[in-house]
Ligand binder design. Sequence first.
Ligand code: PLP
Length: 395
Amino acid sequence: MIKDPFDFDQPISRENTNSAKWNYLLESVGVEDVLPMWVADMDFETVPEVKKALMERVQHGIYGYTARSQGYYEAIIDWNQKRNGWRVEKKWITHSTGVVNALYTTIRALTKPGDGVLVQPPVYHPFYRAISKNDCQAVLNPLKVVNNRYVPDLDDFEAKLKGGNVRLFILCNPHNPVGRVFTREELTAMGELCLQHDVIIVSDEIHSDLVYKPYRHIPFTTLSKELAQKTIVCTAPSKTFNLAGLSTSNIIIPNDDLRGQYDMACEQVAMKGLNIFGAVACEAAYRHGEVWLDQLMDYLDVNREYAVNFIQTKLPRLKVYNPEGTYFLWLDCSSLGLNNGQLEKFMLHKAKLWFNQGHIFGVEGNGFVRINIGCQRSTVEEALNRLEQAVRTIT
Ligand SMILES: Cc1ncc(COP(=O)(O)O)c(C=O)c1O
């Protein structure tokens, strides 16, 4: 049965919803009349079946401690099989309230103070905090730009692993903020080096459902049996279906020992509860969300195409990296000649736009911004018009 298209164009007010993205502008950035296109949540209603399942659960009126049902596990297993051809076993699935939380837990479980954790800047900024707060050292393997595309620097990757103290590699795939969906060859090359140097891979695949055609997400554990035994995969329905407020993610660890160590680290801080609504929403989303997601990706793809064309034709001073996945645009504004502080002021006060500042992702992001296009097309249009007018004032 072909369903009517979902109406992603319909604006939905987020007033008075305690939205971190929309409702605390003055407190957060000191101005009120900016268009918020920063943190990774979308301005779309989730899958109708998710809303319905949540309403039914709310209606029951008793919200006691919640266990993971067989249906919950099956929904995750079926989704990964269907979308990515990844055969996940039930016992591999463990839990976290969020992927960032899982990163902290993994580092705590598998490192000792002073160990190195390799990351690929410019990269999702909480990675750095997860490393430093657990007394480890970030070992930087910056992505390099080849033919207008960010790629792993494999020579440097190998040199950093040879350095000796790297215990973990936190991979971000699809990569936030640069939007790359790494190829099998790239992943295999990094994986082989990790095997050679006995490095565990923590593969943050939270954006793995948000991939544009013709790109394909390759779950890291599907590369080889050896790599599956060395990898912790962080997944969640939160980015895909706009459920971040429900604090539910699924951490998939095929290796019994690694999973045991991860679970022990959770136990040490009594972290084992499952949010009752997160459980309901996760199951319903993976069971019923496919048609919605495919239409969402078509919509985001048009947003992406529109924005990239707009920037290339009307804002040629800026350089945009066309994402292969995620709903972010990574925009190089360095030709405007502003330092990071000035760029932030320019965007907030002149353009009236709240984007993430690129420098938070590492020094490689100096002079960049990250734009969230997971919103109505009218918002993208308004933002780019504001940006164009503001850039015109800089001679
Ligand atoms: C790469 C990446 N990992 C993790 C997260 C956050 O995950 P959670 O809200 O489950 O902690 C985000 C959110 O933007 C992200 O981009």
